[in-house]
Ligand binder design. Structure first.
Ligand SMILES: [Ca+2]
Ligand SMILES: [Ca+2]
Length: 336
């Protein structure tokens, strides 16, 4: 390589790292605001990145996106943090509220008691064509009893809160003076400054040189060999942070985003600070309003769900939680 070519490449790499203009992409500002970072948050610099993943039809086309800089929680919201919110506000989550019988005409009252959805793996191998084989509705399940009424969160204060519906996550964010991330912000943050890489840590295969995230090893859904140390959720921050200092952007628990879900979002997306579509549509369940979830969970593996990669998209009924869905928040920089 000639010296001149090396110099040109160095300039280009520096421009990408700083979020400056490339071609017809307008420049962005990479610097963090002056002053201390909000507690437990990391600065995600403004910049352009390639959004999407070639392996998922609903994450195409790949397209260039920029987002303004923002603060993001370095870890998923924990049980201890959510408990403080509930204690101060008296908030009651969706899973703890009585179910409206008008929404379920003809269903006996005893089947309308509060509850939520729990992963209940079968003891023998099963086909992967029907998720009802490993998900069960369990009365008395909530964030305080995430695997059913006989479970609790004692000694799990530092685990991610789960069994939160979208509005529960949004209510927490508002209380904390924050908000839920847009899908584009989430992906920009998850990539940690690496552009167009398969994983949040780059291109090493999962487990190569040690486990980089809490996902699933073994044959899903009945066999979990726990090679990464955890069968279910791990305490937040149990694996290495990404390039922006964020933990568990891949795996552990799924994270709610602000955007409505549609499989064709990217065909119509804005390139700067996209906010997602104005309404939800999932052709697999057209009657259910869904928001985006990101990052996959401890139930993800290459045999069943590779959506733990940063370009992978998830979706969820806004009124449902499960024991592998949580969230984290973001915060805008003060306006100058
Ligand atoms: Ca695991
Ligand atoms: Ca996560």
């Amino acid at each position: 390589m000639t010296t001149a070519l090396k110099a040109l490449l160095t300039v280009l790499v520096c421009l990408v790292a700083s979020g400056a203009a490339i071609g017809d992409e307008p420049a962005t500002t990479a610097a963090a605001p002056a002053g201390e970072a909000p507690e437990g948050m990391a600065w995600i610099p403004a910049g352009w990145f390639t959004m999407g993943a070639e392996e998922f039809p609903d994450a195409l086309p790949l397209h260039r996106v920029s987002v303004d800089g923002f603060w993001m929680d370095t870890h998923e919201v924990t049980n201890a943090e959510f408990a403080r919110f509930v204690k101060e506000t008296g908030y009651v989550t969706v899973a703890e509220r009585p179910i409206d019988p008008e929404k379920f005409p003809g269903v006996p009252a005893e089947n309308l008691e509060p509850g939520s959805i729990v992963f209940a793996p079968p003891s023998t191998p099963v086909p992967l064509d029907n998720h009802l084989r490993w998900w069960s509705w369990v009365k008395g399940t909530s964030w305080k009893h995430p695997e059913g009424p006989h479970s609790d969160i004692v000694d799990r204060e530092n685990h991610p809160v789960v069994q939160v519906a979208w509005e529960d996550a949004a209510a927490y964010a508002e209380w904390a003076g924050k908000r839920l991330p847009t899908e584009a912000e989430w992906e920009r943050a998850a990539r940690g400054g690496l552009d167009a890489q398969t994983y949040v840590w780059g291109e090493d295969e999962p487990g190569e040189g040690g486990w980089q995230a809490n996902i699933w090893q073994g044959r899903f859904p009945g066999e979990n060999t726990r090679d990464d140390g955890y069968v279910a959720a791990a305490p937040v921050g149990s694996y290495a942070a990404n390039g922006f200092g964020l933990y568990d952007m891949s795996g552990n628990v799924w994270e709610w985003c602000a955007d409505w879900y549609r499989p064709d979002t990217y065909a119509k997306s804005e390139s700067r600070n996209p906010q997602g579509p104005s309404s939800s549509y999932d052709p697999q369940e057209p009657g259910i309003a869904k928001r985006v979830q990101r990052g996959g969970s401890f139930l993800c593996n290459d045999g069943y769900c590779r959506r733990y990669v940063p370009g992978g998209r998830g979706k969820g009924d806004i009124e449902s939680g499960t024991n592998h869905i949580g969230f984290r928040c973001v915060k805008d920089a003060p306006r100058k």
